[in-house]
Design a protein around this ligand. Structure first.
Ligand code: URA
Length: 204
């Protein structure tokens, strides 16, 4: 009698993986979305940056972090001296989840079932890029990558492990910074994120 082989996520080429992501129907989010948004960046990137899901702009353009949150992230990364182009940037969930209000599409947080369904792709991106460090932006990415649903704010700035044992640094999502109404709180949270991005550079 043979024991079943453990499930191994074999590395494939990024274009093959991205083509498979574009065809994904693993959860209902593919229906209303314009397209899936796979990760972007070099296959040999040492850092993988993981957000939540594409926003309105990313859904239309088909690229991660090109809207307001992405633009803020790029500014903070610049300040910290972190080169986004050298990193692989992706999301825990590959389709935009939204409700339509008139002409506007309002972002909805993906639920645990949608995040779990999309882990299939996140696992393959991890296996293919094989980064030295993963940077989790916000709670959805943190929970998807670690399987540990404890709150984000107490874990921010800490180094943890992904489910497959890779070092993972925890920071806030740029959309959270954009939504903070109090300017002093926003300034402090922004300083913290910049410090986390600097820490990411030192960990590499
Ligand atoms: N927010 C995310 O988490 N990812 C994006 O790509 C854009 C906004």
């Amino acid at each position: 009698q043979t024991t079943p082989a453990p499930m191994i996520h074999r590395p494939v080429s990024l274009p093959t993986l991205h083509a498979e992501i574009h065809d994904c129907t693993r959860c209902p989010l593919h229906g209303p979305a314009t397209q899936a948004v796979p990760g972007e960046g070099p296959r040999d990137a040492r850092l993988m940056i993981v957000g939540e899901q594409p926003g309105d702009r990313e859904d239309i353009e088909g690229r991660p972090f090109t809207g307001p949150a992405g633009q803020l992230f790029d500014r903070l990364a610049d300040d910290a001296g972190l080169d986004r182009q050298a990193s692989y940037v992706t999301n825990a969930v590959k389709h935009f989840k939204f409700v339509q209000r008139g002409k506007r599409r309002i972002h909805q947080t993906p639920n645990a079932g949608e995040v779990n369904a999309c882990r299939w792709w996140l696992d393959r991106e991890l296996a293919t890029v094989d980064p030295e460090l993963v940077l989790a932006l916000g709670a959805t990415a943190l929970h998807a990558l670690t399987g540990d649903g404890r709150g984000l704010l107490k874990r921010r700035g800490g180094v943890e492990r992904t489910k497959d044992g890779r070092p993972l640094l925890v920071t806030l999502h740029p959309s959270y910074l954009l939504r903070l109404p109090d300017p002093a709180a926003r300034a402090e949270a922004t300083r913290n994120v910049t410090a986390d991005l600097t820490k990411a550079l030192h960990l590499l």
